[in-house]
Design a protein around this ligand. Structure first.
Ligand code: NAP
Ligand code: MG
Length: 402
């Protein structure tokens, strides 16, 4: 079979542990046999991040700015335990945080809904997309451990020397302190990309935050969304019969649970991080969630929403076969290939991405699934291991492409 050619490379970011194993298997079994894969490769595995003082992460993000499409494997965000395990020079920041700060965009996460896989919330018949702002807030915070009594103040010095100063707390003992920020421009980009995405998907848009508590901080988000909606998007939304509204996050959580799904739910950085895990788990499995970071200047970075599946990796290292679900990582690849095809006018590449997704869904629907999915099916099929699952997808893909 003639392999599909690619004009422009994709930025390929390798990662850690079990997902690094999945990454290689997916390429070897399902992509390289069919596509003359053209990538610019960056090894974001923890050892290489440590070796390069994390410069490799910055270089990868800059490459995405240049080439417009990237695909990323899950990576370890180091903590104390990882410092010891990997003998790290420094507790490097989350690679996703670094990349998001450079690209400044919105992460859209959508569950992969498949007939036969039952949601834990029966009323959810349509996927819920979480739109997560991915700049600033807690992911670019400044923190102090306070180990003696003293006064904590918030100080801002303007360019002309004008100073704003307010006491945060008079510590009578030890404690902890945190400062975070966001920018008008980033909040505006966030709101704009959510409105644009809602229009392109023809779905309702909800935005929720906590402006009753953080009147200025979350208040700015709420105001920015509303102003942009009223001045630029209202007419276009009404023409499509879709709606936008703001509601407090507590109210939104309650309403989402009672809904049929089908909306785009815009959330601040931390809220989106937490809620997307809840949504994906409720729809079935963390491994059945697509995730794409869209920047205001049209860069697309695809990844899985889950982590490096450490528990499975340790079993893999002991020589055991694991039934780790590769679907989210696989859909990161198909998303990137389809987008590359779309941007380059390469229809064969876009069609290949779609065929690979269909082969995957058909395999699941036929009851050939990994352990996490078997639990959600009725009757419960015998789970296969990762290799068995990938081989079944490949057989279907070969038939479809023949
Ligand atoms: P995780 O890797 O998402 O795994 C949590 C659990 O969810 C797994 O132990 C497994 O449950 C289940 N799971 C997740 N993905 C699965 C898959 N593909 N197939 C089957 N089951 C799956 O989260 P974590 O254990 O909290 O974090 C591990 C590492 O990942 C950490 O070092 C963290 O820093 C990193 N992380 C990276 C990203 C990212 O790069 N985007 C995101 C989150 C976390 P069972 O063990 O019960 O089967
Ligand atoms: Mg998370």
């Amino acid at each position: 079979m003639l392999k599909i050619k690619m004009q422009t490379p994709i930025v390929e970011m390798d990662g850690d542990e079990m997902t690094r194993i999945l990454w290689a298997k997916i390429k070897q079994e399902l992509i390289v046999p069919f596509v003359e894969l053209n990538t610019e490769y960056y090894d974001l595995g923890l050892e290489n991040r440590d070796r390069t003082d994390d410069q490799v992460t910055v270089q990868a993000a800059e490459a995405i700015k240049r080439l417009k499409v990237g695909v990323k494997c899950a990576t370890i965000t180091p903590n104390d335990q990882r410092m010891e395990e990997y003998h790290l020079k420094k507790m490097w920041r989350s690679p996703n945080g670094t990349i998001r700060a450079i690209l400044d965009g919105t992460v859209f996460r959508t569950p992969i809904v498949c007939p036969g896989i039952h949601s834990y919330i029966p009323s959810w018949t349509q996927p819920i997309t979480v739109a997560r702002h991915s700049y600033g807030d807690l992911y670019k915070d400044t923190e102090f451990r306070i180990d003696e009594p003293g006064k904590a103040e918030l100080v801002f010095t303007g360019v002309d020397g004008e100073i704003l100063r307010q006491t945060i707390y008079d510590f009578e003992g030890t404690g902890v302190l945190q400062g975070c920020f966001n920018k008008d421009s980033s909040i505006r980009n966030f709101a704009r990309s959510c409105f644009e995405y809602a229009l392109s998907e023809k779905k309702d848009l909800w935005f929720s935050a906590k402006d009753t508590i953080m009147k200025k901080y979350d208040g700015l988000f709420k105001k920015t969304f509303q102003e942009l909606y009223d001045t630029e998007y209202k007419a276009r939304f009404e023409a499509l019969g879709i709606t936008y509204f703001y509601t407090l996050i507590d109210d939104a959580v309650a309403r989402v649970v009672r809904s049929h799904g089908g909306m785009i739910w815009a959330l601040k950085n931390y809220d989106g991080d937490v809620m997307s895990d809840m949504i994906s788990s409720a729809f079935g499995s963390l491994a059945m969630m697509t995730s794409v970071l869209v920047s205001a200047d049209g860069c697309f970075e695809y990844e899985a929403a889950h982590g490096t599946v450490t528990r499975h990796y340790y079993r893999h290292l002991k020589g055991e076969k694991t039934s780790t679900n590769p679907v989210a990582t696989l859909f990161a690849w198909t998303g990137a290939l389809k987008k590359r095809g779309e941007l380059d006018g390469n229809e064969a590449l876009t069609a290949f991405g779609a065929a690979l997704e269909k082969a995957t869904m058909d395999t699941i629907q036929a009851g050939v699934v990994t352990g996490d999915l078997a639990l959600l099916m009725d009757p419960k099929p015998q789970a296969v291991d990762t290799d068995g699952f990938l081989a079944a997808i490949r057989a279907r893909l070969e038939k479809a492409l023949a």
